[in-house]
Design a protein around this ligand. Structure first.
Ligand SMILES: Nc1ncnc2c1ncn2[C@@H]1O[C@H](COP(=O)(O)OP(=O)(O)OP(=O)(O)O)[C@@H](O)[C@H]1O
Ligand SMILES: [Mg+2]
Length: 297
């Protein structure tokens, strides 16, 4: 089994988180804490291989660049995650939607990010593949709502994710948790920068908001549009036309279509406000939500 020595972790004395690696460091029998990982990757992403590993008794994801040329993207993800989830913070309300960066290091000349392993979570791409005809809109509803809460938090930190794609959202089918992953393309200090998202995942081109394709600056409305595109695709809707199947209540159809308008200024701008108005809409058309475990076929 390959092993990574974590030599560049901050010192123990400066860490005081309770649920992160600082507690694990204190328990570590090693002078230099180490992570062990499987020989074969569990998943190959766009630019990295993601391995299952262990850091003491914590299951971790070891994300390693395949090509040294992509080092900067993985480094950038580490910088974004460190800003989103600074050491010592423990605000479960929002951080449960984000990966916590355990360490960012090097291994055999390649850049590595170490994150908690999301046991029992599946990506929305897995769900889309399993249900090409679409899932029940009531299952999509909780997935979309979690996504809005998570991106809304990033937006309060002036960060736009920029790659809200089905492969970058993981959900727990039973407890309805969600995680927004792959922050490699995110833009920090988004409202102060006149910049564009530099890389795109070709297989998911249909999910991108027009401003990303046209290399215009992204805003929170960019992430909102991409989240809505995922919601539309999940229920079997058409991303070209924005048409949704008749099984989705008209109010929900119109709500989602409003989020994917071509002009970003005409879309809803605030993910948390949108979450609130979505709840109100659902209450009026489908009533109080009831728990539905999600099942894969
Ligand atoms: N923490 C995690 N726990 C479990 N599975 C994960 C985790 N992080 C990533 N994965 C799996 O690996 C896949 C790829 O992850 P990710 O998108 O972060 O890598 P990538 O596309 O190679 O990233 P990048 O664009 O930075 O190169 C995800 O779709 C998911 O299935
Ligand atoms: Mg990715």
């Amino acid at each position: 089994m390959p092993r990574i020595e974590l030599t560049d972790l901050p010192s123990r004395s400066t860490t005081h988180g309770t649920d992160g690696w600082s507690a694990l460091l204190d328990d570590s029998p090693f002078d230099k804490p180490e992570v062990w990982f499987e020989d074969k990757p569990e998943v190959s992403g766009d630019l990295t291989d993601v391995y299952r590993g262990m850091f003491n008794d914590l299951a971790v994801a070891v994300k390693i660049t395949r090509d040294v040329g992509d080092t900067d993207l993985v480094e950038h993800e580490a910088s974004v995650l460190a800003e989103l989830y600074p050491e010592g913070t423990n605000n479960e309300k929002f951080y449960r939607y984000l990966p916590r960066l355990i360490a960012s290091t090097r291994w055999e000349g390649r850049r590595v990010n170490i994150l908690p392993w999301f046991e029992g979570f599946i990506s929305l791409e897995d769900i889309r593949r399993a249900y090409p005809e679409g899932i029940d809109f009531r299952d999509m509803v909780w997935m979309f709502k979690r996504l809005l809460v998570g991106i809304g938090f990033a937006h309060t930190q002036d960060i736009v994710h920029g790659a809200i794609l089905p492969s970058h959202v993981m959900v727990h089918p039973l407890d309805h948790g969600a995680k927004i992953i792959d922050w490699s393309y995110a833009i920090q200090h988004a409202s102060h920068k006149n910049t564009y998202i530099r890389a795109m995942s070709r297989p998911f081109q249909a999910f991108y908001a027009s401003e990303i394709l046209d290399r215009r600056p992204p805003t929170p409305a960019t992430d909102i549009a991409m989240a809505a595109r995922i919601a539309i695709a999940l229920v079997g809707g058409d991303l070209e036309t924005g048409n949704l199947p008749g099984s989705v209540p008209t109010g929900v159809q119109l709500f989602l279509q409003d989020c994917i308008l071509e002009d970003p200024n005409r879309r809803p701008q605030n993910a948390w406000d949108l979450h609130e108005s979505f709840d109100k809409l659902l209450l009026s058309i489908v009533g109080k939500p009831t728990y539905r475990p999600f099942r894969m076929p």
